[in-house]
Design a protein around this ligand. Structure first.
Ligand code: CTP
Length: 400
C-alpha cells in the first residue's frame, strides 16, 4: 500500500503555452504516464505552433477540446489533482498573476482548488525583467509551485536563465509537491464505511441499503492528501481505493473491534458506516425453519462505535454522519452533541436522487461554530471538499 508510486492514478491537467520548449512536452507526458498519472492536456492556441495534438495523444495524453459542451473549465478544475503549466510563458505568468480568465487554461486555474505548478520558459532577459519577477513573486506568495527555469543555451541564441526544466526534473518536482501538498501525511485516519450485516442464522441476517460509496470516497480523498488510511468496511461491492489499507468486517461488533484495535494510532476517525443499531440476541447455528405462524426475534443494542471513539482519552478528531428524515439540521445538531463529536455531516434520506446507494449527496456540515449547507454534488466531490474542511479543523495537522 505505502510503496505505490507517488504519481500513480494522479489526475494531472497539463497546460501547454506557446514557447519553443513546448516541443519537449510529449516527452514530459510520456514520463508522467510511465509514472502512472492520468494526463489531460489543454493546449493554448500559440502552443499549437510548437507541438501537435497528435504527438501528445500518441503518448497517452487525453486532449481537452475547449469547444466541448458544458462547463469544461469547471469539470477540469474539479477533476484535477494538480494543474501543471509547462512551458509557462511570461505572458501566461502575467495573466495568472492578474487573475485573468480569458481562455480555458487561465479560467480553470481560477476555478480549481488543486495546487498549481509552473515550469517557466522564456528568453533570459524576459525572465529577469522586473515585471516577470513581480508576477512570479505574486504567484509564489499565493502558493504556486515553480520548477526551474534552468540555465543554458536558449532558442534565441542567448545563454542564461529561462530554459524550461527537463521532463525528468519536472516529474521529480511534482512528486515532491505531492509530498508537501500531502498536508495530512502524518495523520493516521480510520474510516468506517458501508452497512453492517447482523446474522440471525447461517443463511439470513439484518442489514441496510448503504452502498459504502461515501466512506470509500472519503478514504480515497484522505489518502490523496497523504494520510495513512485504514478503511474498516462492511460488505460492499466497491474496490479498496489506492493507498488505502482495507479491513472487511460483517457485524457492528466486528467493526468496533477493528476500529478500536487502531485506538493508539488514530488521529482522525470518520464514521461513514451505516452501523446497525441492533443485532439478534442469539445467532442460531442452524437454519431457522418456518414452523410457527409468527416469529419474534429479540434484538439487543449494538455498541455505538463513534460515541465510543469520541470518549477515548485523548480522543481523535471525530467526524460522524447523520442520515435523517425530517428536520435534518435540528436532528443532526442534537446527534453531534449527544455523541460528543467534532463535526457531523447531515444528509437527507427522504429526498429523491441523493443519499443511500446514490452517486450524489446533499449535506449540511455542523460543528460547534454552526451549520453550513452545501448544494447537491457527486459523493466523490463532497468527499474531497469534506477533507479540506477536516484539514482546516484538525488540531494537529503538521505543517509541510
Ligand atoms: N454510528 C456508529 N455506531 C453505531 C451507530 C452509528 O459508529 N452503532 C455512527 C455512524 O457511522 C454515523 C453516526 O454514528 O456516523 C450516526 O449514526 P445514526 O445511526 O444515524 O445515529 P444514531 O445515534 O444511531 O441515532 P438514531 O438511529 O436514533 O438516529
Amino acid at each position: 500500500m505505502r510503496d505505490m508510486p507517488v504519481l500513480q492514478d494522479r489526475r494531472i491537467v497539463l497546460g501547454i503555452t506557446g514557447g519553443v520548449a513546448a516541443y519537449k512536452t510529449p516527452e514530459l507526458v510520456r514520463h508522467l504516464r510511465m509514472a502512472g498519472a492520468v494526463v489531460r492536456v489543454v493546449l493554448s492556441r500559440a502552443a499549437r505552433q510548437f507541438v501537435a495534438a497528435g504527438a501528445l495523444a500518441a503518448v497517452g495524453a487525453e486532449m481537452v477540446d475547449d469547444r466541448g459542451p458544458g462547463m469544461v473549465h469547471i469539470e477540469l478544475a474539479r477533476w484535477a489533482d494538480v494543474v501543471l503549466i509547462a512551458p509557462a510563458t511570461a505572458h501566461v505568468l502575467s495573466r495568472l498573476a492578474a487573475g485573468a480568465a480569458d481562455d480555458l487554461l487561465t479560467t480553470l486555474c481560477l476555478a480549481t482548488e488543486a495546487p498549481l505548478c509552473v515550469a517557466p520558459a522564456m528568453n533570459r532577459i524576459m525572465w529577469l525583467n522586473a515585471a516577470t519577477c513581480a508576477n512570479c513573486a505574486v504567484l509564489r506568495e499565493r502558493g504556486v509551485g515553480f520548477v526551474g527555469p534552468g540555465e543554458g543555451a536558449q532558442a534565441c541564441g542567448e545563454s542564461g536563465p529561462g530554459r524550461m526544466s527537463e521532463p525528468g526534473e519536472i516529474l521529480t518536482a511534482l512528486e515532491r509537491l505531492w509530498d508537501t501538498a500531502g498536508s495530512l501525511r502524518k495523520v493516521r485516519a480510520v474510516v468506517t464505511a458501508g452497512a453492517t450485516y447482523e446474522a440471525l442464522d447461517p443463511a439470513r441476517g439484518f442489514t441496510n441499503r448503504s452502498s459504502g460509496k461515501m466512506g470509500y470516497a472519503l478514504a480515497a480523498a484522505l489518502a490523496d492528501h497523504g494520510a495513512s488510511v485504514t478503511l474498516v468496511s462492511g460488505p460492499t461491492a466497491l474496490p479498496i481505493p489506492p493507498r488505502v489499507h482495507g479491513i472487511t468486517v460483517m457485524s457492528a461488533c466486528q467493526m468496533r473491534d477493528a476500529v478500536l484495535a487502531c485506538r493508539e494510532e488514530m488521529d482522525l476517525f470518520v464514521a461513514a458506516a451505516a452501523v446497525a443499531d441492533y443485532r439478534p440476541q442469539t445467532i442460531l447455528t442452524h437454519k431457522l425453519k418456518k414452523d410457527a405462524e409468527t416469529l419474534t426475534v429479540t434484538l439487543v443494542r449494538n455498541p455505538d462505535i463513534l460515541a465510543e471513539v469520541a470518549r477515548l482519552n485523548p480522543p481523535p478528531f471525530t467526524v460522524g454522519f447523520a442520515a435523517e428524515t425530517g428536520d435534518l439540521e435540528t436532528l443532526a445538531r442534537a446527534k453531534r452533541a449527544r455523541k460528543g463529536i467534532d463535526l457531523i455531516v447531515a444528509n437527507p434520506i427522504d429526498e429523491a436522487g441523493v443519499g443511500f446507494a446514490q452517486d450524489d449527496n446533499r449535506v449540511i456540515l455542523i460543528d460547534k461554530e454552526g451549520a453550513v449547507a452545501w448544494p447537491t454534488a457527486p459523493k466523490t466531490e463532497i468527499a474531497r471538499a469534506l477533507v479540506r474542511e477536516i484539514m482546516k479543523r484538525l488540531p494537529r495537522t503538521p505543517s509541510p
